[in-house]
Each structure stands twice: as structure tokens, then as C-alpha cells.
Design a protein around this ligand. Structure first.
Ligand SMILES: Nc1nc2c(ncn2[C@@H]2O[C@H](COP(=O)(O)OP(=O)(O)O)[C@@H](O)[C@H]2O)c(=O)[nH]1
Ligand SMILES: [Mg+2]
Length: 418
């Protein structure tokens, strides 16, 4: 289970009702104000994050047999593209919509497979091929372009790379965007002795991989400075670059032979994810069920909701009771639950409250849940200040996050000082 867009409407409906039942006795003026200051911004935030999210567009370039399909399979964590002897029959780029039904996510993958085939490795791709590639990129407007080059062949393929980097420059000019180019150096295992794997166990292999990447950067890209390791402790896992003439954003080695565990795929996920537009991140991470990344997404939700709560607490209108914040907080908990692997719903939120020792089981309903929730908020008094509302909401969010992502119950007080 994960975040199902269709459920967002239900959740918002439930929260709206709850909020109505709380705010009805408060008078119209206060109610309207709460509507504008709390529920409006919170609903808008979730709509942007969930409803308006869209599939990431991943564009694959590189010669046949270099591992494009394998890269996609490794990223997706399942076999979605055929690998091996599939010779392209047409030189056109083909778009695939890949769905992850149990995870409510979709990716658009564009395979520009045949385009480089019109020239032998070593020779520059023909002007026609370059134009076809440029056309395909303009048509599909990728969020990220992955150029896959087999590591043992990097020396022969600097022409391809030069063509790619020129195309990236043109694409940026035409679209006004800054689509990142990620170079994936595939098949790092077959550099040197293929039996020496993984590089964490064979220091010689680690050195050979780093040497191949360094060569690629200095000779292929002709860059001498302006880059650093993605992971300072393991410099053979790839580099990221400052803006440069080659338009390369990062270089990542990836082992993606289907019979084995992929290697370094987390690094590639991170490199791609960080550069995706906000609207494409949920689908990208959710498809892979990568807990750590989804947890980070939930962090940003917690921060946004805490900011909304702070604004409420700091308002000139004296809100008598922290209860007005509880619908907001229940909604936040439901979204955190959804990002972990529970259903996006209020009943997931009550599961946390019950675990936290509040008696909200069964028939008592959402209203009781919301009223009980106050007992969990550190520092909640009769009138809440902005600081307390914000810090309390934040602490509650972190506690729920720990519960849903680590299966551990830590009270909100523990997160109060963060
Ligand atoms: N040794 C090794 N083989 C790989 C790796 N990645 C892909 N392959 C193999 O290389 C061949 C071509 O891969 P494929 O993904 O179909 O390339 P594509 O034509 O660019 O889509 C397949 O037989 C893959 O199993 C890798 O990291 N190491
Ligand atoms: Mg393929």
C-alpha cells in the first residue's frame, strides 16, 4: 500500500467534516479565518504534493547492448524492460508508460534505442541521428536524460558523449529549462577481472572503477575541476558536477546484470530524485518503495504542516484551544502513514494514536480521536502560541513518522527539542 491519489479526496472530505464539527460553535468569523489560515493552506499543500503529482519522464540514450533496459529494471526493482538481444527495429524513440499498480505510481520511460545505431562505435553519430535524438527530447520533455555507456568501452565512445552534451545544450536553449544529463557507466564488473565483485570486497576492483570514471571525466568530458564524489567515503561510486560546458550533472557507475543484486543503484536513485521537479518525485520514489526516500518526503510534509500550525498560533485571533489544530494534525499523520506503507486514511492515523496509548478504538469516532490527540501534544495549554503549535505539530509528526517507518513508538516529547 502507498499513497493512492483517489483516497485523497476521501481524506480531505473526512477532515473537512471533522473541522466543521469543531469550528461550528466558534462563530462565523473565527470559522472563516480558520478555514483560510489552516485548512486552505493544508489542502493546497496536499493537492500539490499528491493530486498534481505526475509520472517522471526518464529518457534513455546510448547504444544497444550497453545496458539501458537493465538500468531501468534496476531502478524499478522489477523486470519491466526486455534485456539482451533486442535489436531495435526502428530508429525512433519509443515511450513506455510503466505502471506500478500496487504502488499507485507510474513512470514514463523513453527509450531512444536505435538512434545511435546508424554509426559504428568510435565514429560520431550521423547528423540525422543527432537531429532525431534532439527531436525526441523536445517531444518528450524529459525530467532527466540518462546516457548509458558501458564502462569498458568509454574510451571508444567520447564522440557519442560530445554529441549528447551538444544536444543537451540545445534542449536547454529551446525549452528554457535545465534538464540534467546523468551518465551511467554500466557493467563496471567486467572491467578487470569479472570474478572480483563487489568492489567493497576487492580493493583492486574499486581502484579500477575509480580509474575508469576519472579517465571518463578527464578525457571524455575533458573536465579537470568542478566535481566531487557523490559519497566522500567511496569515491568510486560516482561524481557530481558544478554547471559545466558538457552539461553533465553527474556520472554514476551501475552494475545491473539481472541475475544478481544491483550495485550502486541507491546512488543513481538519489542523483535522479534530487533533480526531479517536485511534482514528479512522489511517483518516482513510491514506485520503488524506497523507505528512506519516502521518509525524507514525509519530513518535508511535517515541516510544511508545522509551519502552518505556527502561523495559526501566531495569529491575532485568539484561538481558544489547540483542538482547532487537531484535524490538521490528523491529516498530517494520515499522509505520513500513506508514505510509509499504510493506507492514506484517518483510520491509519488512529492506529498510531491507539499505539500511543490513546483510547480511540472502535466506535468512538474521529471527533474523539481528535480530542484525545491533544493529550499527545507537548506544551498544549488553553491558548496556544505559535511556537508551541508549531513545535508540537512537528514533534507529533516525527513521532508518527518513527512509528510508521521504523515500527517504534517514541512519544512526541522526545522530538520537542529538535
Ligand atoms: N556484466 C554485466 N552485464 C550487464 C550489466 N548490465 C546489463 N548487462 C547485460 O548486457 C546486455 C545488454 O543489456 P540491455 O539492458 O539489454 O542493453 P540495452 O540494449 O541498452 O537496453 C544484457 O545481456 C544484460 O544482461 C552489468 O552491469 N554487468
Ligand atoms: Mg533495451
Amino acid at each position: 500500500m502507498a499513497i493512492d491519489r483517489n483516497r485523497l479526496k476521501l481524506l480531505i472530505g473526512d477532515i473537512d467534516e471533522l473541522f466543521e464539527s469543531f469550528s461550528a460553535p466558534m462563530g462565523e468569523r473565527v470559522r472563516d479565518w480558520i478555514q483560510t489560515a489552516i485548512m486552505g493552506p493544508a489542502f493546497a499543500e496536499l493537492r500539490e504534493f499528491i493530486e498534481q503529482s505526475r509520472p517522471p519522464v526518464l529518457f534513455l540514450a546510448g547504444r544497444s547492448g550497453h545496458g539501458k533496459s537493465s538500468v531501468i529494471n534496476a531502478l524499478a526493482g522489477k523486470k519491466i524492460a526486455q534485456t539482451g538481444h533486442v535489436k531495435p527495429t526502428t530508429p525512433q524513440a519509443l515511450a513506455h508508460l510503466i505502471t506500478f499498480p500496487e504502488r499507485f505510481a507510474t513512470w514514463q520511460v523513453v527509450d531512444s534505442r536505435g538512434i545511435f545505431e546508424t554509426s559504428p562505435p568510435g565514429g560520431a553519430p550521423s547528423p540525422d541521428a543527432a537531429a532525431a535524438l534532439a527531436g525526441a527530447m523536445l517531444k518528450h520533455r524529459p525530467d532527466v536524460v540518462l546516457h548509458v555507456i558501458s564502462m569498458p568501452e568509454v574510451r571508444a565512445l567520447s564522440n557519442d558523449l560530445r554529441v549528447m552534451s551538444d544536444l543537451m545544450r540545445d534542449l536547454r536553449k529551446k525549452t528554457g529549462g535545465d534538464t540534467p544529463l546523468v551518465v551511467v557507466l554500466s557493467k563496471p564488473d567486467i572491467i578487470g577481472n569479472p570474478r572480483e565483485w563487489p568492489p567493497e570486497r576487492y580493493s583492486r576492483k574499486a581502484a579500477q572503477i575509480k580509474e575508469a570514471i576519472d579517465y571518463f571525466v578527464s578525457d571524455g568530458l575533458q573536465l579537470r575541476a568542478g566535481f566531487r564524489p557523490l559519497d566522500l567515503n567511496t569515491p568510486y561510486r560516482g561524481y557530481e558536477f558544478e554547471p559545466n560546458a558538457r552539461n553533465v550533472f553527474c556520472v554514476v557507475p551501475l552494475f545491473a546484470y539481472e541475475e544478481d543484486e544491483p550495485w550502486n543503484v541507491e546512488m543513481l536513485v538519489q542523483a535522479i530524485g534530487e533533480r526531479l521537479p517536485k511534482s514528479a518525485r512522489l511517483d518516482f520514489y513510491q514506485a520503488q518503495q524506497r523507505k528512506e526516500f519516502l521518509r525524507r518526503l514525509s519530513d518535508s510534509i511535517i515541516k510544511r504542516f508545522a509551519a502552518i500550525a505556527t502561523a495559526v498560533g501566531s495569529s491575532p485571533i485568539p484561538v481558544a484551544d489547540i483542538a482547532v489544530l487537531t484535524p490538521l494534525q490528523l491529516m498530517m499523520i494520515a499522509v505520513i502513514a500513506g508514505l510509509s506503507c499504510q493506507q492514506l486514511s484517518l483510520s491509519s492515523a488512529t492506529q498510531y494514536l491507539t499505539a500511543a496509548g490513546l483510547n480511540v478504538g472502535g466506535a468512538v469516532g474521529m471527533r474523539t480521536a481528535a480530542q484525545q490527540l491533544i493529550k499527545l501534544i507537548p506544551g498544549a495549554g488553553a491558548v496556544v502560541s505559535g511556537g508551541i503549535a508549531g513545535a508540537g505539530t512537528y514533534a507529533l509528526g516525527k513521532s508518527a513518522q518513527t512509528y510508521f517507518f521504523s515500527g517504534e513508538l517514541r512519544k512526541p516529547e522526545e522530538f520537542e527539542q529538535e
